[in-house]
Ligand binder design. Structure first.
Ligand code: HEM
Ligand SMILES: *[C@@H]1O[C@H](CO)[C@@H](O)[C@H](O)[C@H]1NC(C)=O
Ligand SMILES: *[C@@H]1O[C@H](CO)[C@@H](O)[C@H](O)[C@H]1NC(C)=O
Ligand SMILES: CC(=O)N[C@H]1CO[C@H](CO)[C@@H](O)[C@@H]1O
Length: 510
C-alpha cells in the first residue's frame, strides 16, 4: 500500500515543485504576458495563419500590446503599440539592433554577413556607413536622378504607345511597376537595363530575370525550419535549403561577371568620361584604395541587398497607391489638379517638384500607412536582457513590431480602413512619429527611405500628370492582400489609361 502511494505521490510532488518554482521564477523575472496558450515544442506556431500580421494583430487585440510569445524554440516579443515601439527603438535601440539568424538571412543574406541580416557590430556598422555615404547620401541620390527620370519617361512612352491615341486601354500595371524599379536599380548599379526596349544583351537579361523570379518565389516562403530546428535535422527542409544554396550560387556568379566586365571597361576607357558613374564604379574605386576591406564579396553583398530590399517594396507601393486612387477618383482628381497648378502642362514633372506637391506625398504616405511594404518591419533580436514597459525581456529574444496593426489601429486613427490622404498632413516625425513608421526607426531603420520616396513620387506623379486613369469596370479594384514578405497585392492591378491631350506632345518628345 505504502509503495503504491509513494509511486503516485512522487511524480505529483515533483510536478508541483516544478510548477511552483517555475511560477515563482517567472514572477521574479517579471516577463511580459505570454498571450494565448502555448503548446509544448511548437509554442504559438499553431497560430500561424496568413497573413501573419493580421493574426498577430488579433492576438494583441485580446492579450495586449506587449507579449512574449514562443515560435517553436524561439522567444518572440510582439509589440503592437506606438509607445512600446518607441521604447524599443529609442531607449533600447542598441540592444535590439541585432537580427535573428533566420534561414533567409543565412542563404539570401549570405551567412548573415550582408547588411540587412548582419548582427549588430563592427562589420554591420561599417557596411551601414559605406552605404549611407556612398549610396544613399543625397549627393549620390542626386547623381542618379537622370537614371530615374529616363526610366520613368521610358515607361510613359511605353504606356502612351500601348494605349494609343485618345481611347482608354486596359493595362496590367504590376509588372510595369516591377520592371520600372528593377531597371532603375540596375541602371544605378551597373548602367544596364534588363526589361523593356533598348535591352543590350538579351541572354544576360534573360538570366537576370530568371534569378529575380526565383528570388521572389523563395524569399516569400515563411519557414517553419527557422522555429523548429528538429524539422531541419530530420531533413524536412532539405529541398528548400538546396534551392537556396543553388540560387545564391547563381546570383553571386552573375554579379561576379558584372564586376569583371566593369573592371575591364574601367581600365580601357579612361575615367574622365562624361557618362554617369555607376554604383559599381564607385565601389570598385573604393576597392582600389582599400582592397582588403572592399573585396568582391563585400561588393556583391551590397548590391544584392540593394536589389532585394529596394525593388518589390517600391513597386508594390506604387501598385497599392494607384489601386487606392482608382477606388477614390476624387483624390486622383485632386492630385492631378495639384500637379497642373504647381508643375503645369508645359513640361514633365521632375524629382525637384516633389517638395511642392504635398498632396501627392500625402497619398504615398497614406498608402504606406494602409499597406506598409514591411508590415512586421524586419525582425530584430535582443543582444542582452533589457526592460520594456517595466517587463524584463531576456536576451536573444526576437522582436516583431506589428507596424501594420499600429498604423491601422482605430485607437490612433479615425476610420483607419478609409483612404484619406489629408490625414497625413504633418504626420511622420515629431512626437506621434511612432504611430506611422513604415520605414522602421533607429539604427536599423531603412536607409533607402529617401530613394524610395523619390522613385515612387516621380513615377506616380508622372503617371497622374500625363494620363487619365479609370477602373476596368464599375466594380472597385479588389484590394485583397496576398502572402509574401512584402505585403503584395493578391491580384495584379489592371487599369485603364488614356494619354491627356495636353501632355501627349511632351511624352513623344521626351
Ligand atoms: C516603399 C519602399 C520601402 C519600404 C516601405 C522599406 C521598409 C523597410 C523596413 C521597414 C526596414 C526594416 C527596418 C527595421 O528593421 O526596423 C527596411 C530595411 C532596409 N531597407 Fe528598406 N524599404 C523600402 C525601400 C528600400 C529601398 C529602395 C532600399 C535600397 C535600395 C532599401 C534598403 C533597405 C536596407 C539595406 C535595409 C536593411 C537595413 C539594416 O538592416 O541595417 N529599402 N526597409
Ligand atoms: C557560414 O558560416 C559557417 C561558420 O560560421 C560555416 O561553417 C558555413 O560553411 C558558412 N556557410 C556558407 C553558406 O557560407
Ligand atoms: C511623408 O513621408 C516622408 C518620408 O517619411 C516624409 O519625409 C514627409 O514629410 C511625409 N510627407 C507628408 C506630406 O506627410
Ligand atoms: C557585404 C558583405 O558582407 N558581403 C558578404 C555577402 O555575401 C558574400 C557571399 O557569400 C560574402 O562572402 C560577403 O562577405
Amino acid at each position: 500500500m505504502e509503495v503504491v502511494v509513494s509511486s503516485f505521490a512522487y511524480p505529483l510532488l515533483l510536478l508541483a515543485l516544478v510548477f511552483i518554482s517555475k511560477h515563482l521564477f517567472l514572477k521574479r523575472q517579471n516577463l511580459p504576458p505570454s498571450g494565448p496558450l502555448a503548446f509544448p515544442i511548437i509554442g504559438h506556431l499553431y497560430l500561424f495563419k496568413k497573413p501573419l500580421y493580421r493574426t498577430l494583430a488579433d492576438i494583441a487585440g485580446v492579450y495586449g500590446p506587449i507579449l512574449l510569445l514562443r515560435f517553436g524554440s524561439r522567444r518572440v516579443l510582439l509589440v503592437t503599440s506606438p509607445s512600446v515601439a518607441e521604447e524599443c527603438f529609442t531607449t533600447n535601440d542598441i540592444v535590439f539592433a541585432n537580427r535573428p539568424r533566420l534561414l533567409v538571412g543565412k542563404y539570401l543574406g549570405f551567412n548573415y554577413t550582408n547588411i540587412s541580416w548582419a548582427p549588430y557590430g563592427n562589420h554591420w556598422r561599417n557596411l551601414r556607413r559605406i552605404s549611407t555615404l556612398e549610396i544613399f547620401s543625397s549627393t549620390r541620390l542626386q547623381m542618379f536622378s537622370n537614371v530615374r527620370i529616363s526610366e520613368v519617361r521610358s515607361l510613359l512612352r511605353r504606356l502612351a504607345a500601348v494605349s494609343g491615341g485618345d481611347t482608354f486601354r486596359t493595362l496590367e500595371m504590376k509588372s510595369m511597376f516591377f520592371e520600372l524599379t528593377l531597371n532603375v536599380m540596375m541602371m544605378m548599379i551597373a548602367g544596364k537595363r534588363y526589361y523593356g526596349d533598348k535591352v543590350m544583351d538579351l541572354e544576360e537579361a534573360r538570366r537576370f530575370r530568371e534569378i529575380v523570379k526565383e528570388t521572389f518565389a523563395l524569399g516569400g516562403v515563411s519557414n517553419f525550419g527557422d522555429f523548429l530546428p528538429v524539422l531541419r535535422w530530420v531533413g524536412v527542409f532539405k529541398g528548400l535549403e538546396k534551392k537556396l544554396v543553388n540560387l545564391q550560387g547563381r546570383r553571386t556568379g552573375f554579379l561576379q561577371e558584372l564586376i569583371e566586365e566593369h573592371r575591364m571597361v574601367g581600365t580601357k576607357t579612361q575615367p574622365k568620361e562624361e557618362k554617369t558613374k555607376t554604383m559599381l564604379d564607385v565601389l570598385l574605386s573604393l576597392q582600389e584604395a582599400e582592397p582588403h576591406y572592399y573585396t568582391d564579396e563585400i561588393i556583391i553583398g551590397i548590391i544584392l541587398t540593394l536589389l532585394s530590399a529596394g525593388t518589390d517594396t517600391s513597386a508594390g507601393t506604387m501598385e497599392w497607391a494607384l489601386s487606392l486612387l482608382l477606388n477614390n477618383p476624387k483624390a486622383l482628381k485632386k492630385a492631378q489638379a495639384e500637379i497642373d497648378a504647381k508643375v503645369g502642362q508645359g513640361r514633365l514633372l521632375d524629382e525637384s517638384d516633389l517638395a511642392n506637391l504635398p498632396y501627392l506625398l500625402c497619398i504615398i504616405n497614406e498608402t504606406l500607412r494602409m499597406y506598409p511594404a514591411a508590415p512586421l518591419l524586419v525582425p530584430h533580436e535582443s543582444s542582452k536582457e533589457c526592460i520594456v514597459e517595466g517587463f524584463t525581456v531576456p536576451r536573444d529574444t526576437m522582436l516583431l513590431v506589428n507596424m501594420w496593426a499600429i498604423q491601422n489601429d482605430p485607437k490612433s486613427w479615425v476610420e483607419p480602413t478609409k483612404f484619406w490622404p489629408e490625414r497625413m498632413e504633418g504626420v511622420g516625425g515629431g512626437k506621434d512619429g511612432f504611430k506611422w513608421m513604415p520605414f522602421g526607426s533607429g539604427r536599423r531603420g531603412c536607409p533607402g527611405e529617401g530613394l524610395a520616396m523619390r522613385v515612387v513620387g516621380l513615377a506616380l506623379g508622372s503617371l497622374i500628370q500625363c494620363f487619365d486613369w479609370e477602373r476596368v469596370g464599375e466594380e472597385m479594384v479588389d484590394m485583397e492582400e496576398g502572402t509574401g514578405l512584402t505585403l503584395p497585392k493578391a491580384k495584379p492591378l489592371e487599369a485603364r489609361c488614356r494619354p491627356r491631350l495636353s501632355t501627349l506632345g511632351l511624352i513623344s518628345q521626351c
